[in-house]
Design a protein around this ligand. Sequence first.
Ligand SMILES: O=c1ccn([C@H]2C[C@H](O)[C@@H](COP(=O)(O)OP(=O)(O)OP(=O)(O)O)O2)c(=O)[nH]1
Ligand SMILES: [Mg+2]
Length: 144
Amino acid sequence: MQVPIINRSRHELPSYQTAHAAGMDVRANLEEAVTLKPLQRALIPTGLFLEIPVGYEAQVRPRSGLAYKHGIGLVNSPGTIDADYRGELKVLLVNLSADEFVVQDGERIAQLVVARHETVEWQAVEELTETGRGAGGYGSTGTK
Ligand SMILES: O=c1ccn([C@H]2C[C@H](O)[C@@H](COP(=O)(O)OP(=O)(O)OP(=O)(O)O)O2)c(=O)[nH]1
Ligand SMILES: [Mg+2]
């Protein structure tokens, strides 16, 4: 599927790192590095402008390597990029570690997964169908 994109960053387009990767790594586009103190968050620009086809979304997801090695996550994980959004793609990083983390220009900070979604209409009813689970949740099936 072809997706229109404007690249106003000084970096290459997001790309799949392996043959069958679901996500394309996306790079920070920064005039200068951004330092995140513990529990600090920052909206990191990418310089990218996408035109996601109607019926699809782009999900902004964390990279597990940054999460594991440095405690870097996304505050709004997964971020949602709507098909009608024409602004700059930004990535809302948060530092969940006890140490400072420096986001460098050009660093691969997150990954983008483009996925289909449904658009639903609500059908208001008085009763829902019965199931074995019913209203059980939040650990109702136990842990073992
Ligand atoms: O990680 C993200 C999340 C969102 N967006 C952009 C694209 C998205 O289409 C728009 C709105 O995002 P969302 O609906 O999650 O935010 P909101 O707080 O509901 O804002 P709005 O009222 O503008 O919808 O912001 C990003 O660039 N990065
Ligand atoms: Mg919204």
